[in-house]
Design a protein around this ligand. Structure first.
Ligand code: PRP
Length: 181
């Protein structure tokens, strides 16, 4: 069982859903009367996005982009980012909210922000479920944060190790003996 590989549950399913409902309420209030486009950064954020948008009560659209960092190891990113799949929407003049599952070094989001800024959106904000604050290497503005978490290797609710565990409904910590840096 996948669950048997989890050493500790960091955020339960109930805690996740309660916080996501709060984020949905805040986003709905802030974007009231505005043309919101939620941009999901694949693949990890897809689970968060799908729950978040069902808590957003104003009309909005969504789009997807996929990025990948070059090199590094399976548990650490390098910061050299490339776009694997771009948005299909022209974001010029749109109110864009980037939705991420986790911000760690900040390098991925920093790259996405500077890339999307060049396309002249009306506004550009960020929403991340998890913020591994102590690992930050570059400053990135975070407008909506679900949880600040410690520097542990987290899996579940979209987050993977070697493409596994994304389907766990909670955020857990993988047993250390199961991964190699
Ligand atoms: C994760 C996450 C962010 C990035 C954060 O993606 O979704 O995009 O890492 O790390 P950083 O702040 O150190 O740049 P990952 O590369 O694991 O891809 P995935 O979403 O497809 O799992």
């Amino acid at each position: 069982m996948l669950k048997d590989d989890v050493g500790e549950i960091l955020i339960t399913e109930e805690e996740l859903q309660a916080r996501i409902a709060e984020l949905g309420r805040a986003i709905s209030a802030d974007y009231q009367g505005k043309d919101l486009l939620a941009v999901c950064v694949l693949r990890g954020a897809v689970i968060f996005l799908s729950d978040l948008i069902r808590r957003i009560t104003i009309p909005h659209e969504m789009d997807f982009m996929a990025v990948s960092s070059y090199g590094g190891t399976r548990t650490k990113s390098t910061g050299v980012v490339r776009i694997l799949m771009d948005l299909t929407t022209n974001i010029e003049g749109r109110n864009v909210l980037i939705v991420e599952d986790i911000v760690d070094s900040g390098l991925t989001l920093s790259y996405i922000l500077s890339n999307l800024k060049t396309r002249r959106p009306a506004s550009l904000r960020t929403c991340t479920l998890l913020d591994k604050q102590e690992c930050r290497e570059v400053d990135v503005p975070l407008d909506y944060v679900g949880f600040v978490i410690p520097d542990k290797f987290v899996i579940g609710y979209g987050l993977d190790y070697d493409e596994k565990y994304r389907n766990l409904p909670f955020i857990g910590v993988l047993k250390p003996e199961l991964y190699i840096e």
